[in-house]
Ligand binder design. Structure first.
Ligand code: MG
Ligand code: MG
Length: 652
């Protein structure tokens, strides 16, 4: 079968800015076309011919003009007036160089029902459109007065039986009303004139309000847009796929970012559809399948010498041993089990620049994957920014891209060079190690804190690149406001990331973003198979955990009916506890340091699925107490010297 190349399009209504700004963001993101939303045109200071020239200048085809409302089923004289209105819009479309108009199902209070009456109106409109070489597409609005289901809209189109009249399907209107998308498979592909795509989070609210404010890019919400698109693709449809997303956040956001997310969502969607539904008439750009991530292989901090010394003392107290020194850079490698922490004080590298911009921060995450080159190839195909830094003497060229907050994600696989990266790039050092190893086995999860508006961007980033799934969003009540937390996990649990979105700088997470000048890793959680034993070793090493109030432990006994001796042990070690149907969960936190970074150690028993969400408000309150009131300069707050009991009163 010869296939048409994928044509991506987006409605101008999706983005912030005036028409000029929108077009330039859309073009920069690599779209092929745009839907001109009438309001954007009316608000624009130039005419239709100028819009046509602008679109052409940006290499964009005008795929659709929309919406034309309240057309079908009207009694006279309203009916005649509707046809006159249509002729004016046809004039405009001719000047704009657009041949397809979207007619959405009527919500007019005087509109009459009756499939045949509506079909007759469309046949007559098709005749007028055909005379000018134009086409008409009919879309069922989920809240249309007489037509609110694509199956009814199709019946109108079928009976209109005019070559210039076709159907427009929109994933939101079909899926939002819970209509089975597989019913689209019965419609001939050449009678589907246009396809609009949007996702949405599952929220129980009025359909119209939900649609106008909460739509999001395919993959960012909870609707089965993949199932919808599979059905559409199976009809043989080969036209543009166009995003029509009404979202308050997007309309206030950066047009460039939203456009890049939008294109990424379409490429990812069609990649999934092509793998699930091979008999389709659209060819998706080739890219490796979603990447199987095998876990976090290293976490790299950018630090100055003083911070590196304090961080080293904290890591040692947590049972890490300084294992190596980089062959050509000022980087120390700390290791315990499969948990590796690199501390980079090199000024002339990416870490040096990251330290100037953010202070002490995690500037780099290493992820273990099956195929590092394929990971970068897929990321690049999805529009991610790649990262390259000239390899120094003795250094490997490790494939990398840019991630959250401009940080770097490196990918390490089992291929010959990369598998030996630690032996190749680091020389062993003499180090006595901690007084007692703490039994940490690896990284359980990494938490990235960001502004709430960035959460959809980064969840789509991870979901489109890796074989991961998102868990339901959890609200964490912070003394200063609400923080939303979204876990993203590989099905086997090998990779776990949590994205925490802060609305306000008054929250602990929000202050972290403000103080560290951007989104980044706020905590790293290590795994222990026996947290009570780990806590004993930590205490012996002089580690000072985040103190939890007695009230917390009294409530714990009451909530879970745990026996007193057990709760006493948890309390003595400042361990937090949670359980779900699958198992138990123990957590221990370090005190916050830097701009509010911290470590966590967790023990998962059985099939516990969460991250201790019910404990988060109490943990955040304890951290906020230690950080002191907002606005204090960085070193007036709890410093890293408070991290270890042996270091009270400053450096030894
Ligand atoms: Mg629509
Ligand atoms: Mg955590």
């Amino acid at each position: 079968m010869t296939r048409a190349p994928l044509k991506t399009s987006i409605a101008t209504v999706c983005l912030a800015g005036d028409l000029r700004e929108k077009l330039s963001a859309i073009s920069a993101a690599g779209f092929d076309g745009i839907e001109i939303f009438e309001q954007d045109f009316i608000a624009f200071e130039h005419g239709a011919r100028e819009v046509a020239r602008m679109a052409e200048g940006h290499g964009l085809e005008i795929t659709l003009f929309q919406p034309f409302r309240d057309f079908e089923g009207l009694p006279e004289p309203l009916r005649a007036r509707a046809f006159d209105r249509a002729e004016r819009k046809f004039d405009l479309m001719e000047r704009m160089g657009c041949d397809l108009v979207l007619v959405c199902s009527s919500v007019h209070p005087e509109a009459l029902g009756g499939i045949d009456r509506m079909a007759d109106d469309f046949a007559a409109l098709g005749e007028r459109a055909a005379a000018r070489g134009l086409r008409v597409g009919f879309e069922a609005l989920a809240w249309g007065r007489h037509v609110n289901d694509h199956r009814d809209a199709w019946e109108v189109v079928r009976r209109a039986d005019h070559p210039s009249v076709g159907l427009i399907v929109d994933s939101f209107h079909t899926l939002g009303r819970g209509i089975d998308p597989d019913t689209i498979r019965r419609i001939p592909g050449d009678k589907i004139f246009f396809v609009q795509l949007a996702d949405a989070p599952k929220i129980d609210m009025d359909l119209l309000y939900w649609s106008r404010h909460f739509r999001c890019m395919p993959g960012e919400g909870d609707l089965d847009v993949t199932g919808f698109m599979r059905a559409v693709a199976a009809t043989g449809y080969a036209g543009p796929l166009s995003l029509e997303v009404f979202n308050d956040q997007f309309r206030g956001g950066s047009p460039r970012t939203i456009a890049v997310d939008g294109r990424r969502s379409l490429l990812h969607l069609m990649d999934q559809v092509a793998r699930l539904e091979p008999e389709i008439a659209i060819s998706a750009p080739p890219m490796p399948p979603r990447i199987h991530a095998r876990g976090v292989s290293f976490v790299e901090f950018a630090a100055d010498e003083g911070e590196a010394e304090n961080l080293g003392a904290l890591l040692r107290a947590m049972g890490f041993r300084r294992e190596g020194r980089h062959v050509s850079k000022a980087v120390d490698l700390w290791r315990q089990g499969e948990a590796r922490v690199a501390v980079n004080t090199d000024r002339d590298s990416f870490a040096g620049a990251a330290h100037i911009a953010h202070g002490l921060n995690v500037c780099d995450l290493g992820l273990a994957v099956d195929d590092a080159q394929a990971t970068v190839a897929r990321a690049r195909a999805l529009g991610a920014a790649t990262f390259a830094q000239a390899a120094g003497p003795g250094e490997l060229d490790i494939p990398a891209i840019r991630g959250v907050g401009g940080g770097v994600l490196h990918f390490i696989d089992g291929s010959s060079g990369l598998a030996q990266v630690w032996e190749t790039e680091f020389r062993p050092v003499e180090d006595d190690g901690p007084a007692r190893p703490a039994g940490l086995t690896g990284v359980d999860h990494v938490a990235q804190t960001m502004n709430y508006e960035e959460m959809l961007t980064w969840s789509l980033f991870y979901l489109s690149l890796f074989e991961v799934e998102k868990q339901p969003m959890v609200d964490v009540v912070d003394p200063g406001g609400l923080v939303r937390s979204q876990a993203i996990e590989a099905p086997d649990g090998a990779l776990r990331l949590t994205l925490n979105g802060a609305d306000t700088h008054r929250t602990f997470a929000g202050r972290f973003i403000a103080d560290s000048f951007g989104s980044s890793v706020q905590h790293v959680a290590f795994a222990s198979p026996d947290l009570l034993a780990t806590a004993e070793a930590l205490a012996e090493n002089g580690f000072a955990p985040l103190p939890m109030p007695d009230n917390y432990y009294e409530d714990l006994s009451a909530r879970f009916g745990l026996d007193d001796a057990y709760v006493a042990r948890l309390r003595a070690a400042s361990i937090l506890y949670d359980q779900d149907a699958g198992g138990r969960f123990l957590q221990l936190y370090s005190r916050p340091f830097g701009d509010g970074i911290f470590f966590e150690i967790v023990e998962r028993q059985g099939a516990y699925a969460g991250y201790g969400g019910p404990n988060a408000p109490f943990r955040v309150a304890a951290q906020a107490r230690l950080m002191g009131p907002p606005g204090l300069p960085r070193d007036a707050r709890s410093s890293m010297d408070d991290q270890t009991r042996t270091r009270k009163g400053g450096r030894p």
